[in-house]
Design a protein around this ligand. Structure first.
Ligand code: ADP
Length: 359
């Protein structure tokens, strides 16, 4: 999508990716096959470019640092990626800047974790390399301690969650900011994946103010231009706590493609190119449904119920063109627009019960 959005601007695009058949490969002007985790691959790719951005944090930051020193603009700054890639550093960043976030302690190995019975119930999060819930374990009782990680991790107090929301913030090189309306996330707790996402989130006015103020504090203290998705918990007492930040275009902003005047992708180009920030307002309220590989099917992806879903008014189907499906794999998303919340819920349930990715 980022490469598609580039078509509106006078820009030449280059893509580094290990899979030459990845869905975005044909959308850029020049494709380079290479491992984004490899120093030489990233450095050689970025050398001589005007600007570089990322779609996943799991990239070689040292190469980006060297490129930055040599004058390539990097969005977000490598210093931000360093902090965010490591959950311990990320939590320390929130603490240092007095940004509310669940209480935590650091555990370096299983033995240290086993001494933390008094801190339970808690959530154990491996410091590096976890994503989509794969580096997260809920530790409710001391019997659950065996599920924890034998590696540097964060043990975070379990929050009594009322709502999970995400606030997207755009910030340019002048430090000007634009906030999208926050979205409310509903999860499939079995797969630990986002299920539906409603925009705007239903929040009391005073909660909304807290959300915006906290998100701005997270972003401003990074001192880096870019687009950021700040995931937060609203607890049962109305407290707003930062869960984690994504310093890039994010799943929680997919609906902005159709539902907002300036999408998150358009916004990032504006930031990179030094143009004015876009209009973050919603054209209409929306709901986003992730299309996830069905349980029990692995192999070449086939879409069941697609025609039915394409008949739904104001439903926008995005299939990412991944050739292979497996249970729980994110294969696409559908955004539905409507003035009526009931209609959004109804149609999103229809999508969920109609569209399946099988093999
Ligand atoms: P990932 O980076 O893999 O997405 P998260 O840190 O977002 O992992 O955690 C995944 C999910 O676990 C969250 O969306 C939330 O539902 C739950 N979770 C994480 N931290 C806490 C917490 N401190 N208290 C309660 N639930 C939590």
């Amino acid at each position: 999508m980022l490469l598609q959005a580039a078509a509106n601007y006078p820009v030449e695009t280059f893509l580094l990716e290990n899979d030459a058949e990845c869905p975005a490969a044909h959308l850029c002007h020049q494709f380079t096959k290479g491992d984004i985790k490899d120093f030489d691959a990233v450095y050689n790719f970025g050398k001589g470019l005007d600007a570089i951005t990322i779609e996943i944090e799991n990239v070689n930051v040292e190469a980006l640092e060297k490129l930055e020193v040599e004058g390539v603009k990097v969005f977000p700054k490598p210093s931000v990626l360093k902090t965010i890639k490591n959950k311990i550093l990320q939590k320390q960043y929130y603490e240092q800047h007095q940004i509310p976030s669940p209480k935590f302690i650091i555990t370096n190995n299983a033995a240290e974790l086993n001494e933390q019975e008094e801190f339970l119930p808690a959530v154990h999060k491996v410091s590096e390399g976890g994503y989509d819930g794969k580096g997260v374990q809920l530790i409710n009782t001391k019997e659950d301690l065996v599920k924890g990680f034998n590696a540097p991790s964060v043990l975070e107090k379990m929050v009594n969650i009322h709502k999970e929301i995400a606030q997207m913030v755009a910030i340019n090189e002048k430090g000007e900011t634009a906030l999208y309306p926050p979205v409310e996330m509903l999860f499939d707790h079995q797969l630990n994946l986002l299920d539906f996402q409603l925009c705007p989130a239903e929040l009391e006015q005073k909660t909304l103010w807290k959300v915006e103020a906290i998100a701005l504090a997270v972003v401003r203290n990074f001192k880096s231009p870019g687009i950021f998705a700040i995931e937060m918990f609203v607890d049962r007492d109305g407290n707003v706590l930062v869960n984690e930040t994504a310093p890039r275009v994010h799943n929680s902003g997919h609906h902005t493609i159709e539902a907002h005047y300036s999408s998150q992708f358009d916004m990032l180009w504006r930031i990179i190119l030094g143009y004015p920030l876009g209009n973050t307002e919603a054209i209409l309220p929306s709901i986003m449904v992730n299309i996830i590989g069905a349980e029990g099917f692995s192999g070449e992806a086939k879409y069941e119920g697609l025609e039915e879903v394409l008949k739904i008014e104001n439903a926008f189907v995005h299939l990412y063109g991944k050739k292979q499906t497996k249970p729980g794999r994110k294969m696409g998303h559908v955004t539905i627009l409507s003035k009526e919340k009931q209609e959004l819920i109804h149609q999103s349930n229809r999508v969920k019960s109609t569209l399946f990715v099988k093999s």
